[in-house]
Design a protein around this ligand. Structure first.
Ligand code: SAM
Length: 243
């Protein structure tokens, strides 16, 4: 997958492109990360990337031309490298809430361009003409879109085939099957008087699978009942919930 980052602070992305599972995916070539910095498309000697908003008021906006050119360059590169046209996402607190299902869908794209805003955001006409989708990572306002873009990169990358060491682990994570994950335990068997549930020591894989599913169902019902609304339950899930 090709991911282009349009940002004034490309160095911030080292957190996901150079470390951990996502960093390994980049090194293995499963994800190709490219940068396009609006500052490289400025023409004045101060390399100005912000401008005053029409109508006045506090704060600045990102200057439209350098940003548009940075997106255009990212588009061209994505098309050259993948042969596909890129899906352009503007990270914005006003966007649709980013969630697991959108991460899975975005992981199907050949090329993504993530546009990180700064200051008070970007000119509305740029969103209208250049952006396919606005995504928000939550109901709060960040100082810039980079952290939000990193959240998207991380969540999307771990959905790509071959990225997670153990193929099945993404499928068992919270949200993957519409449920929260079950509780997990590692050594020691007794931690401050709290012992690992016996079934996990039994070696009976079928029993363990049913116990985990029951725990996941119970946890979801308790913490996120909204996830169960309208979710089709299997006969086994109905049985386990009733137990
Ligand atoms: N004036 C804007 C508003 O109230 O909608 C907020 C601008 S914010 C200070 C600067 C940039 O941070 C935005 O352009 C956007 O890229 C990013 N950003 C802030 N909060 C975000 C969120 N919850 N999700 C995604 N991006 C966010």
């Amino acid at each position: 997958m090709h991911i282009a980052l349009v940002s004034l602070f490309p160095e911030m992305f080292a957190a996901v492109t150079e470390h951990g599972v996502t960093g390994r995916a980049v090194k293995q070539g499963l994800v190709a990360v490219r940068h396009s910095n609006p500052r490289d498309y400025t023409v004045d000697k101060h390399r100005t990337v912000d401008d005053r908003p029409y109508g006045g008021g506090p704060g600045m906006l990102m200057k439209i031309d350098p940003l548009q050119q940075a997106i255009a360059a990212a588009r061209e590169q994505a098309e050259q490298e993948t042969g596909a046209s890129a899906h352009v996402v503007y990270l914005s607190p006003q966007g649709r809430r980013f969630d697991h299902s959108r991460a899975v869908e975005l992981a199907q794209k050949d090329a993504l361009i993530l546009v990180a805003g700064r200051y008070e955001g970007v000119d509305e006409r740029l969103i209208e003409t250049e952006v396919d989708e606005e995504l928000s990572i939550g109901d709060y306002v960040l100082t810039g879109g980079e952290l939000a873009a990193m959240v998207v990169i991380d969540a999307v990358t771990r959905q790509l085939p071959g990225v997670l060491g153990h193929e099945a682990s993404a499928e068992e994570d919270s949200y993957a099957n519409g449920l929260l994950d079950c509780p997990h335990y590692t050594r020691p068997e007794d931690y401050q008087g709290r012992v690992v549930p016996e079934v996990l020591l039994s070696g009976d894989h079928e029993k363990i699978r049913r116990w985990r599913l029951k725990q996941a169902l119970g946890r979801t019902l308790e913490r996120r009942p909204d996830l169960l609304e309208g979710r089709a339950m299997s006969p086994e899930e109905v049985e386990l919930l009733a137990e």
